[in-house]
Ligand binder design. Structure first.
Ligand code: UDP
Length: 465
């Protein structure tokens, strides 16, 4: 490798091809592009229309797209099996990724570095086989990453008793219900546990470790856990438009404005801080009984609500269905949409609280827009994020669940009222504003995340091949 200018360095960015992973990696690519690096997002061709129309397209103006195959070019099978998909993705993805790097090199666009989603650890071998840097990007919090890492090393020993308490440096005392679901119930989702532990199997060989969080948000955990793979915190990886507005594209195009009209037009007509925004992210699907409880809670809260109800995928039939008559009964009160531009919604003055499944992106988005949360975690890292939202960052309440792990209507309504009208709500709003300021400071010029990105860009820029 030889010394070169930042502008000539080409970096490939490879997310796991689902929305919650594409979003942060694309936004990081955009940050790199804003600092003069040529950044290309690498995705399966199949998802071009499907997922990319749901990301904030302002960033696609700066980031190039390159395509590989995930072995499912004609679409995912109707009976989607994540384990079988992962095997195919690794087999076909690694071959086509290698071919892509080879082709780019022949075309004079040789990348100097591959930034890969940490749940695709095989990508490190492809990078090194082509003589380029391999940089892993963790899309979950430092706290959750540390827990997986400890578990991987055998240093987090599970006690299955329901009242077990886990004491980890820098973290609040954790019960079983606060641990990442796959650690709390290792037998229930063995494949997902292995997928997430896989992030740490070769992390010591990665040339750099990036993580989508920011230093002061997790200061206690960083100090307490001091992981050997010492990540650089570069988040929140969100479009500049919603944070520091430093990047040149700070307004939306006509197309983007049009996409906003449906739900934002409705939100525009509501008073400040009045709307309850409800979304369970891009993956979770809820059983009929849970949908009924949520629908009832929203109705009796008597607040305007915007509820994202994702159409079920082929293998989720019967899920995410609204109770009969609900839409007719609530036409005046609320709006149900299959998808919304979440950051625009959270940034809107009319939003009063966010009933969320606590996915890490949704959590960071609510933090960066200063929106208090009602935490209704479902699986994966969401229980731990919910614990931090309520007990560490103190910007929301976590609902109590019943024996079937469902939140009942009365409980959800109580939490919504507490945030919208209660004493705690005022405290949460104040804390939320403070975290919003700190998130913006982290990515602003000379903020902690900005400094880490600058350092990374300088390293990449020294590596022109
Ligand atoms: N999202 C969105 N509109 C929706 C639902 C989700 O833009 O209607 C985005 C959301 O802003 C976030 C991502 O999809 O960036 C979901 O990621 P998260 O980690 O919160 O949850 P996941 O979908 O991975 O469970």
């Amino acid at each position: 490798m030889e010394e070169g200018k930042a502008k000539s360095s080409h970096v490939l960015v490879l997310p796991y091809p689902i929305q919650g992973h594409i979003n942060p990696l694309l936004q990081f690519a955009d940050r790199l592009a804003s600092k003069g690096v040529k950044a290309s997002l690498v995705v399966p061709l199949r998802i071009h229309g499907d997922i990319l129309h749901k990301v904030d397209t302002s960033t696609l103006a700066t980031t190039h797209l390159e395509y590989i195959s995930d072995g499912c070019d004609d679409g995912l099978p109707l009976t989607f099996d994540p384990e079988a998909y992962d095997i195919t993705l690794q087999r076909v993805g690694s071959q086509t990724l290698g071919e892509l790097i080879g082709r780019l090199s022949v075309d004079g666009q040789q990348p100097v570095c591959l930034i890969y989603d940490s749940i695709l650890p095989w990508a490190l071998d492809i990078a090194h086989a082509h003589g380029i840097l391999g940089v892993t990007f963790l899309t979950q919090s430092y706290a959750v990453s540390s827990m997986y890492s400890l578990y991987h090393r055998g240093a987090l020993v599970m006690q299955a008793e329901p009242d077990a308490c886990f004491s980890l440096p820098g973290m609040p005392p954790l019960g079983l219900q606060d641990l990442p679901k796959f650690i709390a119930q290792p037998e229930a989702d063995r494949f997902f546990l292995e997928l997430l532990l896989g992030q740490f199997k070769n992390i010591d060989k990665a040339d750099y470790v990036l993580l989508n969080s920011f230093d002061c948000l997790e200061a206690g955990v960083i100090e307490g856990m001091a992981e050997p793979w010492s990540p650089k915190m570069i988040g929140p990886a969100l479009p500049s438009l919603y944070l520091d507005s430093r990047n040149t594209r700070t307004t939306k195009t006509g197309d983007e404005q049009e996409k906003l009209v449906n739900c934002l037009g409705w939100v525009n007509e509501r008073p400040d801080g009045s709307v309850v925004y409800v979304s369970f992210g891009s993956l979770a699907s809820l059983i009929t009984e849970q949908m009924e409880e949520i629908a009832s809670a929203l109705r009796s809260s008597k607040r305007p609500f915007l509820w994202v109800v994702k159409p079920p995928r082929a293998h989720e039939q019967g899920r995410n269905s609204l109770p009969d008559g609900f839409l007719d009964a609530t036409t005046e009160q609320g709006l149900v949409v299959p998808w919304c531009p979440q950051l625009d919604v959270l940034a809107h003055r009319a939003i009063g609280c966010f009933v969320t499944h606590c996915g890490w992106n949704s959590t960071l988005e609510a933090i960066s827009q200063g929106v208090p949360m009602v935490a209704v975690p479902q699986w994966s890292d969401q229980p731990t994020n919910a614990k931090f939202i309520s007990d560490v960052w103190k910007m929301g309440i976590r609902v109590e669940v019943d024996d079937k792990k469902m939140v009942q209507r009365g409980e959800l309504e109580r939490c919504i009222r507490e945030i919208m009208d209660g004493e705690k709500g005022a405290e949460f709003r104040e804390n939320a504003q403070r975290w919003k300021g700190l998130a913006r400071a982290a990515v602003a010029e000379r903020g902690t995340s900005d400094n880490n990105i600058e350092e990374f860009v300088a390293m990449v820029s020294r590596c022109r091949l």
